[in-house]
Design a protein. Sequence first.
Length: 411
Amino acid sequence: MKKHGIRWGFESLSICIVLWLLAGAVAASDWPCFRGPDRTGVVDGVEALENGENLDMETIWQESLGFGFTAFAVSDGKAFVMGNVDDRDILYCFDAHNGDLIWKESYSEKRWPRSYEGGPNASPVVHEGRVYTLSKTGKAFARNVDDGSVIWNLDIRDTYGIGTPKWGISGSPLIVDDLVVFNVGSNGMAFDRVSGEKKWGQETGTGAYATPVRFERGGETILAMFLRKELALLEPDTGRIITRFPWETNNDVNASDPIVFGNNIFISSGYNKGCALLEIENSGLSEIWSNRNIRTQMNGCVLFEGNLYGFDDSRELRCLDFHTGEVKWSQGGLGKGTLFIAGGHLIILSERGNLVIAEATPEGYNKLAEKQILGGRCWTMPIMAGGRIYARNAAGDAVCVEIKEAAVDAD
């Protein structure tokens, strides 16, 4: 068993780890931040999914956003998403029900295509009347959700001299109590979420691609930050690094959010790096297992009932046993897609825009319904809010889709 890291500094805390709000899936009425209300990619389903075998999908509204890869955030009937048009990042606020534009605001930012279409990567986050965004070069905004007016804004790169990764800053903001945390600089940076005042962070170095993950340890909040060359666990109040676990990839791309469950952390990266399950100990982090059975280059896996579901570098959708790393099944034909889980079902968006509903089971891939809802390249995680699915492609085509029971023809 390999071990890395430093002393925790609070060894009296219980070894028992639980994700905050992990006690159960929350209601599917809102999806205010990346990977869902509790950031696990798992939500309740909708009534139509309960029947399982007789499903249809209907496009309710569609819009054009401009280039980008940000996922939707939906809160209190408003849908927020970003795109880039003529080298300007645009934050849109739509009526989530009918797609009517409520407001849009923009700022100057290069689209920055580099072996892909470019545009903003980090998804908006909605919290207590504010929507937080972060651009590829570190332009951070807090806006009023009602009219888009700026509450505060900061150019982190110009102000603090941070570097930008090869494909631009991609990790979404994370709200932790009174802070908003960004995966920028060497080890992340935190700002007061109300005023924008800097609270901690090294003002040097290049940020990474993954979104910070919050979890609890013995009543204390901890941040799991997947950095360019390592996984680091931090104290959110101070930014002090508690322990590190080395994890280097080609191009320094660690883009998939860590998954914390119980006393374990799962990490995975593409470029043929592979994945690992780590155990949290008082002395640091130790490796339980590692292999190349899943290599997630961009979108991370989703954990459900002891199994991981995600897309490998091979462009196969795979199911892995969380505790052993064993492959339960693989399915091709979906490209390098993405997914979430709703009501015990895989909601999959293939790389070419097929929306697929399948069973979330280690017994095998069982597709229940499929419909082409988008064209082009689809690398962005779809979301579910109010029983509807919101998805977009790289070119900026966006759709809102409702899952329904299919009509049965009478003989």
